[in-house]
Design a protein around this ligand. Structure first.
Ligand SMILES: *[C@@H]1O[C@H](CO)[C@@H](O)[C@H](O)[C@H]1NC(C)=O
Ligand SMILES: *[C@@H]1O[C@H](CO)[C@@H](O)[C@H](O)[C@H]1NC(C)=O
Length: 430
């Protein structure tokens, strides 16, 4: 898409690239490799401290999805097989390979055996629902008698009778309670203000106040609604605490932090220690050339790879052969740089918010018993795996733009499920 750099300029780039690599290799000794070439994945089974969230994608043509378009838990907009999205075979052939150990695929029967008589709950926005649908369709492989389930304030879910396992999703896009309050004509004459969305930072949304002792495993998230596109200045979020407006008024990010702090405190106070709690970090968006409402697009056939937009593979190899650093250091840098161009807040791109929010979430979760489910980095590569223009509905693209935020199913969230189930399995067996 971006123009290729002409050869003379390219020559000038080698020095900076080498310099950059040198700096990274000195500053980040953690990347410093043993003399081996890039992770030739050792078949070491997963156990902490192996970090499943760091690694790379490889093409594995033998990899097949575990379910198809007939899974009864699909949501139309993400059912990419049914909407005949191009490239689904390739999207589902990429395999995530952690740096230090193996990530096995979920074994639905084994996992359900382990989870017998338990309940798993998701609380958050549609990206958690996207995750839930993948999990439901995969678990259904072990129990085709799975039935739709919707209780305890859940938006949707499933019950698996063969194992007495319940999986529910509670839709609470901001986690905190919020409500629309139209402007009273006599009040504020602020320009264009139509009303406010009052957010009570210390009050959880009603959808998940009844589940404290219900789930054995919980996955929380919030973040994808925290933007000025959802809440523009004519209908802004206004934050309240203990029933009173917080003054001076908080901006979006400060409000986000206040909600996180209060919701995390609520979870720590009200949910039993023995329940296994995860916080799912942000799912990155991949709008290219503009935001969702500015014709932003994600028609990519491959995951992101560093530098592919301005150097071809031969040129990269050539440049690297002139730097005297070990190959795996080079790979880490090459890969992290293209992702940085897209996602580093300092580059001010349209997809920068995921890392910003993650930063806050990590701060607020410190010292709690809530574990990070850091699916951000591995997902950042997958610009190729969104529904894009295949939304299963005529005119949807004209009205809503492309969907470069949610994920096709089957697709990337199936890898989230592989990781999630490994982490649960590990903590239940030890
Ligand atoms: C099913 O599991 C729940 C806990 O998730 C338990 O309370 C209930 O007794 C179980 N039902 C049966 C029939 O074993
Ligand atoms: C998006 O594309 C349409 C059709 O090509 C065009 O009419 C419209 O002006 C574009 N909108 C933006 C914000 O670029």
């Amino acid at each position: 898409m971006a123009p290729k750099v002409p050869p003379p300029l390219f020559a000038w780039l080698i020095l900076p690239i080498c310099l950059l690599i040198f700096l990274y290799s000195t500053l980040l000794p953690i990347y410093a490799p043993s003399s081996n070439p890039p992770p030739s994945n050792p078949l070491i089974p997963f156990s902490p401290p192996c970090n499943l969230f760091k690694g790379h994608w490889i093409m594995d043509p033998t990899r097949e999805p575990m379910y198809d378009e007939t899974c009864p838990f699909h949501r139309n907009a993400w059912n990419c097989l049914r909407s005949k999205r191009e490239n689904m075979g390739r999207i589902n052939s990429w395999r995530w390979v952690p740096d230090k150990c193996e990530l096995p695929r979920v074994d639905p029967v084994g996992f359900m055996g382990l989870m017998r008589d338990t309940r798993i709950g998701f609380v958050g926005d549609s990206l958690n629902e996207n995750f839930l649908v993948s999990l439901l369709c995969i678990l259904r492989v072990a129990d085709v008698g799975a039935k739709k389930w919707k209780r305890k304030g859940a938006w949707r879910g499933a019950y698996f009778p063969a194992y007495n396992v319940t999986v529910g999703y509670h839709r609470a896009v901001l986690l905190a309670k919020y409500e629309w309050q139209p402007k009273q004509s006599t009040l504020s004459q602020q320009d264009g203000l139509k009303g406010i969305h009052r957010v009570d930072v210390d009050v959880p949304a009603i959808d998940w106040t009844d589940i404290n002792n219900f789930y054995d495993v919980l996955v929380f998230n919030t973040g994808h609604w925290w933007g000025y596109d959802k809440f523009p200045k004519e209908t802004p979020l206004v934050f309240y605490k203990a029933g009173q407006p917080i003054l001076p008024q908080l901006g979006m990010l400060d409000g986000y932090r206040a909600v996180l702090e209060n919701m995390v405190a609520y979870i720590q106070r009200e949910f039993p220690r023995k329940s296994l709690k995860f916080w799912r970090l942000q799912s990155p968006r991949h709008f290219y050339g503009g935001d969702w409402n500015q014709n932003g697009s994600c028609l990519f056939n491959e995951p992101l790879v560093e530098l592919q937009h301005w150097l071809n593979a031969g040129e990269i190899t050539n440049a690297l052969s002139r730097c005297s650093v070990a190959p795996s250091v080079k790979m880490s840098i090459l890969i992290s740089r293209q992702l940085d161009l897209w996602f580093d807040p300092r580059n001010n791109g349209v997809n920068k918010e995921a890392r910003q929010f993650n930063h806050l979430i990590k701060e607020v979760l410190q010292g709690t018993d809530i574990r990070l489910l850091d699916l951000t980095h591995l997902s950042e590569f997958r610009a190729d795996a969104h529904p894009a223009i295949w939304l299963g509905k005529k005119d949807a693209v004209a009205v809503w733009g492309q969907d470069c935020m949610h994920w096709c199913l089957p697709g990337l969230p199936d890898t989230w499920v592989d990781i999630f189930t490994q982490l649960i399995k590990y903590s239940m067996e030890t």
